[in-house]
Design a protein around this ligand. Structure first.
Ligand SMILES: Cc1cc2nc3c(=O)[nH]c(=O)nc-3n(C[C@H](O)[C@H](O)[C@H](O)COP(=O)(O)OP(=O)(O)OC[C@H]3O[C@@H](n4cnc5c(N)ncnc54)[C@H](O)[C@@H]3O)c2cc1C
Length: 430
């Protein structure tokens, strides 16, 4: 079972990963079979096992995972665990403009796939990752423990100070400690931040009609509203996770509504595409920011996941980008090991940064562009937007290319995110 220790057995590591969220834990899984001493320092208590749940009892936080993320989780020995539990493959995606007739629909069959992606509770992804980490003898989990300080020791190694005053040294320190990364701050890496002045309301709802294994998204001028299909049991096709992005003030008013009033407002905002909203679980609210670190590396330090970038949830790409960061960094580390290079070799970190920045930036700019385009209320822009969407919907080759790219089926994927590369050692190629 999981080794969770508050005091590290050793205090010298080759690789110390600060933050055992989905991205940090995945990086540790990807490197756990290498001849490396790896530690994951996580501020929260690690969940020991999946809590037993009723069919209709969903965790509020879910992720829409791409095929590339599924491949990565498969290659690092985690997908087999996840696939035993409830997860909802979605076959179609339907996106439409609230201010007109523009609509675009994607179908997995059109790109030769069984599904476009998977909606999975974050707690299940984490449980799968920690289940795998428990099997990996080279990985030590130090939790609950927080990174509090960082200096360089006389051998040029990172000297990491934990909040309880204990110290660990590491050749390479990876900041996987989320949007407010302490590692980023301690390494003197600055960020560019944009406050969307919006919040995402997240909850689980039950709908009158079946969700048809489709991810639905309506673009309102106030922000996008997504209904993501969930599957509590084999007969459940009426549960959806919703992500409703709204200007902060409006989000507060909507949060203050009674459940029935909220259900009515949600049904209206969604044009009753899935009929009435029959039940609503507890609601949660998240402020939305776009953040991008000015660099993903400092001497002996790399950033991955939300520590390097946070993105508007409208296309559900945040953790998918984080998994690609982890896959690329793992590949570069394995490559360096094969060449006898030290883990903090500047060329390794530069290659990692080069391979990830452009991809992340492109996705962030795309999401910002979408958000701003759909916020426009001018009739001319609305007309052009709706015409463009309908035109694109008819241009099958272009549309299918976009879908395949967004779902991580094509493109320049890291080896660890391609199908069937269970041999992590293959990652040394390329
Ligand atoms: C409403 C909403 C919906 C979303 N939907 C999707 C989606 O559908 N698909 C998708 O791909 N993405 C989605 N995202 C984004 C996704 O949730 C994040 O990108 C992802 O959780 C980031 O993972 P991470 O491991 O990088 O960071 P985190 O999940 O933030 O994990 C960081 C970890 O570091 C730990 N930590 C922090 N400080 C310290 C410290 N000093 N020392 C030690 N440990 C520390 C924390 O406890 C935490 O466990 C969504 C985001 C939001 C807000």
């Amino acid at each position: 079972m999981q080794r969770t220790i508050s005091k590290p057995k050793s205090s010298d590591f080759d690789l110390l990963i600060a933050g055992g969220g989905m991205v940090g834990a995945a990086l540790a899984c990807a490197l756990g079979e290498q001849n490396l001493r790896v530690a994951v320092v996580e501020a929260q208590q690690i969940p020991m096992r999946m809590p037993p749940r009723k069919e209709s009892d969903f965790e509020p936080r879910v992720s829409a995972l791409t095929q590339a993320s599924r491949n990565f989780l498969d290659n690092i020995g985690v997908w087999s665990f996840i696939s035993q539990y409830r997860h909802c493959p979605f076959e179609r995606m339907c996106v439409w403009d609230a201010e007109g007739t523009g609509q675009i629909a994607f179908d997995a069959g059109d790109i030769g796939q069984m599904s476009l992606g998977y909606i999975i509770e974050n707690s299940l992804i984490s449980a799968g990752l920690y289940q795998r980490l428990a099997e990996l003898d080279h990985v030590e989990i130090i939790a609950p423990a927080s990174i509090a300080g960082l200096s360089i020791n006389k051998d040029g190694m990172n000297l990491v100070q934990l909040q309880d005053g204990s110290k660990c040294s590491a050749t390479l320190l990876v900041g996987a400690d989320g949007a407010h990364s302490k590692v980023r701050e301690l390494s003197g890496i600055s960020i560019k931040q944009r406050d969307y002045q919006q919040c995402a309301i997240v909850t689980t709802v039950s709908t009158e009609f079946s969700h048809q294994a489709t991810a639905w998204q309506r673009f309102l001028s106030t922000g996008p509203l997504a209904f993501l299909p969930l599957m509590g049991g084999s007969n459940d096709s009426h549960s959806c996770s919703i992500v409703w992005s709204l200007d902060t003030e409006e989000a507060s008013s909507i949060m203050a509504l009674q459940d029935q009033e909220f259900a009515d407002a949600l049904g209206r905002a969604f044009e009753y595409r899935l009929g009435n909203i029959m039940a609503v679980a507890k609601r949660f609210q998240f402020p939305l920011y776009q953040r991008h670190a000015t660099t993903y590396k400092a001497p002996g330090v790399a950033l991955v996941g939300d520590a390097a970038h946070t993105i508007h949830p409208l296309a559900g790409q945040g953790v998918n980008l984080g998994f690609l960061d982890a896959a690329v960094l793992a590949e570069e580390i394995i490559r360096a090991l094969r060449r006898g290079l030290p883990l903090a070799d500047p060329s390794l970190l530069s290659r990692y940064q080069r391979r990830r920045v452009a991809d992340n930036l492109l996705m962030m700019n795309l999401m910002r562009g979408f958000k701003e385009l759909f916020a426009q209320t001018s009739p001319a822009v609305r007309w052009a937007r709706n015409t463009g969407m309908n035109l694109m919907n008819q241009l099958a080759p272009v549309k299918n290319h976009i879908a395949a790219r967004a779902m991580g089926v094509t493109g320049d994927l890291p080896i660890l995110a391609r199908p069937g590369n269970s041999q992590v050692s293959d990652a040394s190629e390329g």
